[in-house]
Write a protein that binds this ligand. Structure first.
Ligand SMILES: [Zn+2]
Length: 113
């Protein structure tokens, strides 16, 4: 399961941050998940619940912040609509993805002793 390795990586990252700040407990982590990232948020939540046991995240809630895909022109940065042909309506250049494929640890809330 792809989501399981993502969770493993996230929990490891949070662990490193918690050690760095000498945190007692982690309360919450927020993760930005792009709609094109290939991540099933429900599977991610399930994987997280299984994985967090006996880690620094054992009591931390997971908040998933979905990110809608957005394209812009690679030349003039004009926004390009989803669903349409992914080309700039102004200059005709191909669009590039601005956001929507990310898996990013956005925020970690923790208690410092
Ligand atoms: Zn353009």
């Amino acid at each position: 399961m792809h989501e399981y390795s993502i969770v493993a990586e996230l929990v490891e990252k949070v662990g490193a941050i918690a050690r760095e700040r000498r945190a007692k407990t982690v309360r919450r982590l927020s993760v930005r998940i792009g709609e094109l990232s290939g991540v099933e948020t429900q599977l991610l939540e399930t994987a997280y619940r299984m994985f967090r046991e006996r880690t620094v995240c054992a009591e931390a809630e997971l908040t998933i912040l979905p990110v809608v895909a957005r394209w812009v022109c690679s030349e003039c940065r004009q926004p390009v609509k989803k669903g349409a042909i992914l080309r700039c309506p102004v200059c005709g250049q191909p669009a590039r993805l601005l956001e929507g494929d990310e898996i990013i640890l956005d925020r970690v809330e923790m208690e410092v002793a």
